[in-house]
Design a protein around this ligand. Structure first.
Ligand SMILES: [Zn+2]
Length: 419
């Protein structure tokens, strides 16, 4: 079982197993880089034929033995030469592929090309999860004869199908980060597709007061508008936003930054830069494609970034200009300590958050209400900053004024850009 000569090793294998050129070549695939398995197998088959002819001539091999070995090299050329040598061969099929290798490569390349024609992409890769029993059969031979230079069936199939697909579609394979990976599953006779998602950066404005951010129980949502705006990509659209506002809060002014992720896109060469969408309640402005790594950055940095809100505040007991002036003086570069508000307690952890409030600017509207422009760190709950949430937020407009204050309406008017 020692391996000290390629030809004698190949001869040993062929004495036991019938093998086509490709499968014989695959057992020595790492020798003679660039040859290709088929050429490798062909060279070995022809050398074996010559060696058998020599052994016959010097009387070292019986006719039966010669016929047995050559029958294990199923190829038209072998039959022709055997006839010249006066040998009768039995028809055999390759133990690994059943003489189907070329057909398999063709079958899977055609199938993949047909599927990939429905998608836009620049680069691709062919993979294989399941090669039926070919893999097992080849492994049996490799183990029996200790063949350290072999290449797995999966690998050679991936490579050969990949080359065909490249030629048929004039697209380049990419081993690092392809747009699409087509994975062959022979047992199930299907091709699985792994499609790289597309990410688009933009900002949204929300003008509707009964408009949710994600598709939820309200008929209108930012995510719904996004799905409509990006439907020409032909994939599933998911919204990743820098924070969120309540359903009844509008997002105006600068708009709120978001990243749209399109999963399994059929089209990816769609122009997005400068594109806008407006459905009467939601306005979207797209700024172009962005790397996927920005999604986590967008979410992580949100709470550190500043926001400006505009609130209409109602004070049932009435409010004076002097009180507003004092309020502006008090709420300047201070830390607001805020225990999770009761209204969101069911979905957020109960803890105390400390957020910075930069300033408040007010304008008295009438005896009982005023406008407040508030600049603070992202994540501060504004409705509770005003009401105090029964002492859970401290200080609050309510606690400072010593009377009830209520947020009547709220808009986000400026969100600091995340990068
Ligand atoms: Zn074969």
């Amino acid at each position: 079982m020692e391996f000290n000569n390629v030809l004698s090793k190949a001869m040993e294998v062929v004495k036991e197993y019938p093998l086509c050129d490709n499968c014989l070549g695959s057992l020595f695939a790492r020798l003679g880089k660039g040859l290709g398995n088929r050429a490798r197998g062909e060279a070995l088959r022809r050398s074996i034929i010559m060696e058998i002819d020599r052994l016959r001539r010097v009387g070292e091999l019986s006719k039966e033995e010669a016929e047995r070995i050559l029958s294990n090299l199923p190829h038209e050329e072998t039959i022709k030469i055997a006839k010249e040598l006066g040998l009768d061969l039995i028809e055999k099929k390759c133990y690994i592929c059943g003489n189907e290798w070329e057909k398999l490569v063709e079958y899977w390349s055609d199938k993949i090309v047909r599927i990939l024609r429905e998608y836009e992409f620049n680069s691709f890769l062919v993979g294989c999860t399941d090669c039926g029993d070919m893999e097992l059969k080849q492994r049996e031979i490799i183990a029996n004869f200790r063949l350290p230079f072999s290449e797995s069936v999966k690998n050679s199939l991936k490579r050969e199908v990949g080359k065909k697909v490249r030629d048929l579609l004039s697209k380049e394979p990419d081993f690092e980060d392809p747009d699409i990976i087509a994975i062959i599953d022979m047992s199930k006779d299907i091709v699985h597709l792994q499609i790289k998602p597309v990410f688009i950066y933009g900002k949204y404005k929300k003008v509707g007061r009964r408009t949710s951010q994600s598709v939820w129980k309200y008929p209108h949502s930012v995510e719904g508008a996004l799905k409509e705006a990006l439907k020409d990509f032909g994939g599933e659209v998911v919204l990743h936003a820098a924070g969120r506002e309540d359903v009844d809060v509008r997002a105006l002014g600068s708009g709120r930054p978001f990243i749209a992720e399109i999963k399994r896109p059929k089209k990816r060469f769609v122009k997005t830069e400068g594109r806008e969408y407006w459905d009467g309640l939601v306005h979207l402005k797209f700024q172009g494609f962005i790397d996927r790594s920005y999604v986590s950055r967008l979410k992580n940095f949100d709470s550190l970034k500043d926001k400006v809100y505009l609130a209409v505040v109602y004070v049932p007991e009435g409010i004076s200009e002097d009180e507003l002036e004092a309020l502006e003086d008090q709420f300047k570069e201070i830390i607001i300590s805020q225990r999770t508000p009761r209204r969101v307690a069911h979905r957020r952890k109960d803890l105390i958050r400390e957020k910075k409030l930069h300033w408040v600017k007010t304008k008295r509207l009438n005896e009982k209400s005023f406008l407040a422009l508030i600049k603070c760190q992202g994540g501060l709950y504004i409705k509770e900053l005003i009401s105090g949430d029964e002492g859970r937020t401290e200080p609050s407009f309510s606690s400072f004024l010593g009377k009830e204050a209520r947020c009547v309406s709220l808009d986000v008017v400026w969100v600091q850009s995340p990068w």
